[in-house]
Write a protein that binds this ligand. Structure first.
Ligand code: PLP
Length: 265
């Protein structure tokens, strides 16, 4: 019997009962990109495409045990961190990740759902900045998240995005992907990637669809999958963006729920 070795990615994130975002989106993305996925659940959300109804935090010791169990046994090539809810969870995740400094980390600083529910308690922002962002290889904020992290108004233009990108680089991650999909004034979508050596601008046409639930999670997990495969950061982001664009383009083929439907993984 021949065996095949797959790259392995781990997601540390919240569960979405509706299957469109969080852990479920991450695992679907890993599979779509032929990467073996492991998962550590930080919170259980009761949600569908219309609302996040309630959130149950997983006990800290169980979160730590999950991370250590996975890392002790599986040769994880890259880690994605998504919803981490509150300061105690951030501290626990940061502590466990200090034991695995050789593994690249993609941190999606999840704060609010599209339906308006807080997924990170607001007083935990400082803990995210001081404890987790400096451990990250890449952070992937959208414009509202970037504004919170930089304590300034949300960027309203491409010029302002470049200034925000500069400030985000000062927070201590190795690289930053600033996602410009929220730029209301433009029918183009701009994403800016800053690495220690250069800045790349990715540009695409805005796709008109209501089925965008879980796009942020899926973008971060696609980048993580590509890093697990050994791609450079630039290549990982570029390929993830191409893949996500197709997934959003095909999302209207899915008829799931009555609200913000999921993308087609
Ligand atoms: N639920 C969970 C568990 C998430 O991690 C996220 C985003 O990261 C969301 C919901 C929000 O997804 P969206 O804003 O795409 O609806």
């Amino acid at each position: 019997m021949t065996t095949q070795t797959f790259p392995i990615a781990l997601t540390i994130a919240g569960s979405d009962s509706g299957g469109g975002a969080g852990i479920q989106a991450d695992l679907k993305t890993f599979s779509a990109l032929s990467v073996y996925g492991a998962s550590v659940i930080t919170a259980i959300t009761a949600q569908n495409t219309c609302e996040v109804r309630s959130i149950h935090s997983v006990p800290i010791e169980i979160i730590k045990d999950q991370i250590r169990c996975v890392l002790e046994d599986l040769s994880v090539n890259a880690i994605k961190v998504g919803m981490i809810g509150d300061e105690a969870t951030i501290t626990a995740v940061a502590q466990c990740l200090s034991e695995a400094t050789h593994i690249p980390i993609v941190l999606d600083p999840v704060m609010v759902s599209k339906t308006g529910k807080m997924l990170l308690v607001s007083d935990a922002t400082q803990a995210l900045i001081s404890q987790l962002i400096p451990k990250a290889t890449l952070i992937t904020p959208n414009l509202p998240e970037a504004a919170v992290l930089c304590r300034e108004d949300e960027a309203q233009s491409l010029d302002a995005m470049y200034k925000t990108l500069d400030q985000l680089m000062n927070l201590g991650s190795k690289a930053v992907l600033l996602k410009g999909g929220h730029l209301a004034s433009s029918d183009r979508c701009y994403d800016l990637l800053a690495t220690p050596s250069c800045i790349h601008r990715f540009e695409s046409t805005r796709i008109k669809t209501q089925n965008t639930h879980g796009t942020g999670c899926s973008m971060a997990s696609a980048i993580t999958a590509n890093i697990a495969k050994g791609y450079s950061l630039e290549q990982a982001v570029e390929e993830a963006k191409n893949w996500l664009t197709q997934a959003i383009e095909h999302s209207d083929r899915l008829n799931v729920g009555r609200g913000f439907g999921p993308i087609h993984h």
